[in-house]
Each structure stands twice: as C-alpha cells, then as structure tokens.
Design a protein around this ligand. Sequence first.
Ligand SMILES: [Zn+2]
Length: 194
Amino acid sequence: MKFQQVYYVLDPESRILWVGGDWDDFALSNGGAGACSNRVLSTPLFQHVAGETTRRALARMIAAVRDLGQPLRLDYRCDSPTLSRRFQLTIQPMKDGRVLLVHDLRDARAFGARLPRWHSDASAAAQKCSFCGAVHLPRRGWNFAEDLGEYHPRAVEYVLCPGCTAQIDDAVTRLRKDGAPRSAATGGFGPVAD
Ligand SMILES: [Zn+2]
C-alpha cells in the first residue's frame, strides 16, 4: 500500500478502460493480487471494491457525476498498519458516459502504535468504514483506528459508518440539486455515535 496517485477511466457500464499511476499497489491494498493492472482491463470496477455498501455508495457518486456532467470530490482514509493516510478521490465526467477517477495521497502520518495487519472478511464480527477507517466492534461501537492500536481487529467487514453515509448522501443530494461541483470533505470524515 504505497501508492501516491492512481487514476482510471470507466466506460458507461463502469468497466475499466484504462489505468495509470500506481494501480498495482492500489489494487493490492483493495482487491488482492488478482487485481493487478494487466488483468483488470475490461473488468467491472465494482469487482475490485470490497463491501456491498461501499459499492453502492461509489455507484451513486459515479451515477451523479455522469448524470450531471459535474465532478465530485471526496476525502477518505486508506491506512496501512503504520500510517494514517488521507486521500482525495475526484470523479470527473468525460465524454460519452465515461468517467475518470483519480485517487491522490494528501497526507500520511505514523500511528503512535502500530496496528495489526487486517483483511477483508464479509463474515467478520468487526466492521471497518471504507471511507474513514473507523472500526465498529461488538459492544464498543465506533472507534477511530488510531485509538485501537494493537486492538484493531485482524478481520473486518467493509461497510460505511453513519457519519460517512451522511456525508456521501449530502454530497450526492447537493450535486443533484444544484448541478454544481461539490466537495464531500468540508466537515472532515469520521464516525458518529450510533
Ligand atoms: Zn466512516
């Protein structure tokens, strides 16, 4: 998980037409070794995204960009066991129903305590937000990853936390209402009490 920037173009059916930047590192952090760049062309993007709610949220954002012909930006976290990392995703409309997605590394900071390595497991008891990295534990509710340290779970189901769900809903709703470029990042991402 070393990528600084990755970008890819989707066709109108959201199949990957073209990739650039550090796709292989990006894919390894998200979809595993089978997702390296020479094997993903013409495959559906959503095949490489973990978690049904994450896929739905991404699909809604891409659909809004296509429908309105306006870009959407979203800050999100994609941490490693040692680094808290903030990225910005820009979804940019192109001609003929194509869209360009750009993921840019904005900031990386070392965690005070290293987290264990974790993997995606749809049947895990712990849930992890795909957008802010917060972790929901049975009986403990939502926690920031940095507050868990060595107690961060090894297996997580990728979901959206309530705070990120609300921010994405708001960004898509405002884009559809105003038809103007909006950022979902103004309030800062993070979980809210459930
Ligand atoms: Zn979240």
